[in-house]
Structure formats: structure tokens, C-alpha cells
Design a protein around this ligand. Sequence first.
Ligand code: EPU
Length: 337
Amino acid sequence: MEILTDYSLKTYNTFGIEAKAKQFVAVHSIAELQTVLTENPTTKKFILGGGSNMLLTQNIDALVIHVDLKGKEIIDENDDFAWVESQAGENWHEFVSWTIDQNLGGLENLSLIPGNVGTTPIQNIGAYGAEIKDTFVLCEALHIETQELVVFKKDECKFGYRESIFKNEVKDEFIITSVVFKLTKRNHQLNTSYGAIETELANQNISNPTLKDVSNAVIAIRKSKLPDPKELGNSGSFFKNPVILKTDFEKIQQQFPDMPHYVVSETEVKVPAGWLIEQAGFKGKRFGDAGIHKNQALVLVNYGNATGQEILAVAHDIQETVLKTYGIAIQAEVNII
Ligand code: EPU
């Protein structure tokens, strides 16, 4: 375990932004993690997982700790369910594929999401009608200050739409080291209600889908809409879909009758930010090496050598225009560093 200095983070963030860590260390076990924390008590620290949900706008003036803990196993099971534990540094999609290969159900709709397992609870990742909170049991996390391993059960994580306690009350205080999911061994509850999945399965003439079929459908949909970070730097959805008051929505709808929306509660509706951004004319636009993806306006992309500042400037431009046009404030989903 070696602490490196002035280390490039270009290959450690899916946006592919060039930024340097003042110090960098990769840890492969909890013991290594504890050693780094004990030996550097006063140094400022920055925890890095898969780098799939952040925009680096500057060099990081801290000790960057890359959590590279590996391992996944079934830790308990009965006739109906298996409890599966993954260490934080496992690649999310490889983990999901591994569960599907063993005919374990619950994560198939979350196929092909970039990033590592340990960061999934932080923003309660979700796609195609599923969120990790649906199968999440608990995670273990190391308290940076006391180096104590703490268990966070589902209720304690305070999951919401792209939200959890780790983004709020205990932000930057813990390093998630492992996560446990409860998955089905039989009677899988397939969720194909999300329109595009049904269409994709129908196109393939599949009427009785398996877990693998659903996963493959999700992979096909994602590939058709979302850029592969290995080919085009990006961080998935850059913005959250805004949740607004129903009364406000009704006023806006008079001017924009085609605006899609989903009912969230009796008083609130969610509006797809991708629609607002597309209608505001940004979809597929390019400003130098920063741009908006041609198939999904929620995704900002790096065509090669964009800086984080350049991507942030595009994001601000989008936010201002959407606010001016619709009176709706949209917020970044990714962490701006
Ligand atoms: N839309 C447009 N133009 C666009 C994109 C979207 O008009 O360029 C409208 C369409 O009306 C479409 C609706 O938005 O019917 C919803 O679009 P989509 O199904 O692509 O989903 P989304 O709301 O844009 C969310 C997640 C994605 C997730 C998809 C599928 C957020 C912030 N994003 O996007 O998550 O894959 O649903 O479930 O909630 C991510 O978080 O990185 C991510 C990719």
C-alpha cells in the first residue's frame, strides 16, 4: 500500500476529467483502510469509489482513498431468499450479472449502471422502476473519526429518490465497506411495467421473461439511450427529475400542455428534466468538448478534453434557461467537487 503524490484521477472518474489528487492511495482490505486512517489522522481525506457520480472541477487537495475492497458471497439463505453480501469495491454491473447467473432476483432492472457497489446506497441508485432500497438489507461502514465499523439497517439509511443519510446527516463521515441485499431464489417478482422494458421484450418475442431476459432488455435500452463512459465520458443523469407542487404544475401546464409528469403524492408531481432540457433546445448541443447527449438530454458528456469547469458552465446554462422558461429549478444529481 503506497501513498502516491500528484496522482492523475482521469481514469478514476467516468467523466474522464483530468484532475490531480495531492495524495492517492488504493486500499484493498479494511485493515489497510484502518492503517491509512490511523497513520494520517489530521490529513484531509476524500473517499473515492467508482467515480461514476462526480464532476471534478478542480484538483483534490486531500488524501484520496480509493476503496478497492473485493469479494461477494451468499451469506445466508432459505428456500425462498438468499442474502448476498458484496464488498464496496466490486463493480456494480459485474455484481448484478453474478446474481443473475445464480438465478437470484431483484437487481435485474439495475443492470449496467456504472459505479461500484459501495456507492450505490449513497444516492439510492434507481432505474426502470427499481431502486436499491427495494432489496437492500444493510450496509457496513467505517466511521472515519473513530474507525469503528457501524451497521446501517435499511430504515436507518433514510432512502428517498436519489437520497440517503449518507448524502445528508452523516455526509463524509463514513466509508461504506460492504452491502447486503435480500434476493429471491424463486417466485421472482419481475418488474416489467416500465414501458420501454415491455416494448423491448415484445420486440424479442419474449412473453415469459427470465431474470436474464429482463436484464438483457434493460441493457439494450440503456445502450440505446445512454453513452458508455468508456467511449464517451459521462456521469449518467446529471440532474435529478424535479418534484414540484401539483398546484404549480397545473399553472405551468396551461402554457405547456404537453409536459409529461408522474404523480408522486396528492400534492406533488415529478417532471422529467430530460424533457425540459430537450424542449429548451439543448439536446445534442456541443460547446467545445462539453455537451449534452444526443439520445438523453439529462446526460452531460465529455467529448475528450473538457474540463470540469466547462461542463459545470454548461450545467449552469441549462439550469438558468430551464428556470427562465418554465419557472422550474433543476438540481444536479452528481456531486460537484
Ligand atoms: N425525456 C425527453 N427527452 C430526453 C430524455 C427524457 O423528453 O432527452 C422525457 C420523455 O418524456 C421520457 C421521460 O423523459 O418519457 C423519461 O425518460 P427516461 O425514461 O429516459 O428516464 P429519465 O427520467 O430521463 C430516469 C433516471 C435514469 C434512469 C431512467 C430509467 C433520474 C435522474 N434519472 O431518467 O437514471 O436510467 O429514469 O429509469 O431519475 C442515472 O441516474 O444516472 C440514470 C441514468
